[in-house]
Write a protein of this length. Structure first.
Length: 405
């Protein structure tokens, strides 16, 4: 058998593994982009008609390169030189990858940035599908997970020239590598995550947990590689900080810029922030952040509603939250279980699925009841609202960043 035939069969086998994930990611990817583009048009209309001010008008006309994406665009075009210390808080992986597209004729820095961010976003959807399939083996649940990620309210930044899509991709690949004990893959992905954003270093925590759980079963060589997976994300961040030490003479300067109060990067207590937002909502001093109090209360109420409906657990696990199915047994404290079990007669029995999968379920992992229960229709509205707000926010930014480079 020739090597060409072997390579052809290997490529075909790899495609058969990857094609379900790519098909599951395609429609959520297109739908989320359509929603954000519609929201961008609404933002431009609102900024001009309602006269929201120069900052909101300029931000809405910057499109997918507004706010932090403008920094990334300048770094992609000119590097860090001449942009001041403020540019150092943006880690280099996204600009480096975007710069590689500059060799294409007619490719601008902004366009290459958006292309890289959206390719990473599409790949992240596919990897999430693969990860859920590995964990649960449920195709419908994996498809719903992709939809919920694509339509999450903050997911509009996955369309823009931000590093969040790249961080999401590298994090998911690292998790997949850790769960499958493919530690070499986890090392590469975690190192890239450390080069992408400062929070990428936190991947060391789940890596420690996963490696520790399997430590006794691992041979000596895999233990060494597993230790490398634990250290990979901090090593990626340290590589960039070391470059900063050589270039500007300060190892910690990128992190100090990231955490500076003027950049709104300080660490905040979420309970204090929630209380302040609730106070602003009552007094009307700053409704831009005060709406967080309303949505926080809505999420809390939704959580209480689900606690009172244990029969709906099958939605979360795609029908596999039933007792004894695939070895899944939800661990509920005895006191909570005593309160929940009497409510079962009002819901479907825990041993039965409320309805069978239709052909549309098998095709998209969705149906009208599941759309209501999973909240996807509400997420479409929330994603649109957040995207409009993201394009018309009145946050104070340097005026120089409003002009195109």
């Amino acid at each position: 058998m020739s090597s060409r035939t072997i390579n052809h069969r290997t490529a075909r086998a790899q495609w058969e593994v990857a094609s379900p994930a790519l098909r599951a990611a395609a429609l959520p990817f297109v739908a989320s982009r359509a929603i954000v583009l519609v929201a961008l048009g609404a933002a431009r209309f609102s900024a001009s008609v309602f006269k929201l001010g120069a900052i909101a008008r300029n931000a809405s006309h910057s499109g997918l390169l507004a706010w932090d994406a403008r920094w990334y665009e300048r770094i992609t075009a000119h590097g860090y030189a001449g942009l001041g210390n403020g540019a150092l808080r943006f880690f280099p992986l996204l600009p480096v990858l975007a710069r590689s597209f500059r060799a294409v004729p007619g490719m601008t820095a902004g366009l290459s940035l958006i292309i890289v961010a959206n390719i990473a976003s599409f790949a992240a959807f596919a990897v999430l599908y693969r990860l859920v399939m590995f964990e649960l083996g449920d195709e419908a649940c994996a498809r719903r997970a992709v939809w919920l990620l694509a339509l999450a309210p903050p997911a509009f930044v996955l369309v823009m020239g931000y590093a969040e899509s790249l961080l999401l991709l590298t994090s998911l690949v690292a998790f997949l590598g850790l769960r499958e004990r493919r530690y070499a893959l986890a090392i590469c992905a975690a190192f890239a995550a450390g080069l992408c954003r400062p929070v990428g270093m936190l991947l060391a925590i789940p890596a420690v947990i996963e490696v520790a759980v399997s430590w006794r079963l691992l041979p000596a060589r895999e233990r060494i590689v597993g230790a490398g997976a634990v250290l990979a994300a901090p090593a990626g961040a340290a590589a960039y900080l070391g470059w900063a030490q050589v270039t500007v003479g300060s190892f910690w300067l990128p992190l100090r810029e990231q955490l500076s109060r003027s950049r709104r990067g300080t660490i905040a207590d979420p309970f204090v922030t929630f209380a302040r937002d609730a106070r602003d909502l009552v007094h009307g001093t700053h409704l831009g952040t005060a709406e967080h109090a309303f949505w926080g209360a809505a999420v809390a109420a939704r959580g209480v509603h689900h606690l009172e409906a244990p029969g709906r657990l099958w939605l979360v696990h795609g029908g596999r939250a039933r007792r004894g199915v695939d070895g899944f047994q939800p661990r509920i404290p005895r006191a909570v279980r005593a309160r929940l079990l009497p409510l079962r007669h009002r819901r479907c029995d825990a041993h039965e699925r409320p309805q069978d999968l239709s052909s549309r379920d098998r095709a998209f992992g969705l149906s009208a009841p599941r759309l209501r229960d999973a909240g996807i229709s509400r997420q479409v509205c929330a994603l649109t609202r957040c995207a409009v707000r993201g394009q018309t926010s009145r946050s104070r930014v340097p005026r120089a960043m409003m002009a195109r480079p």
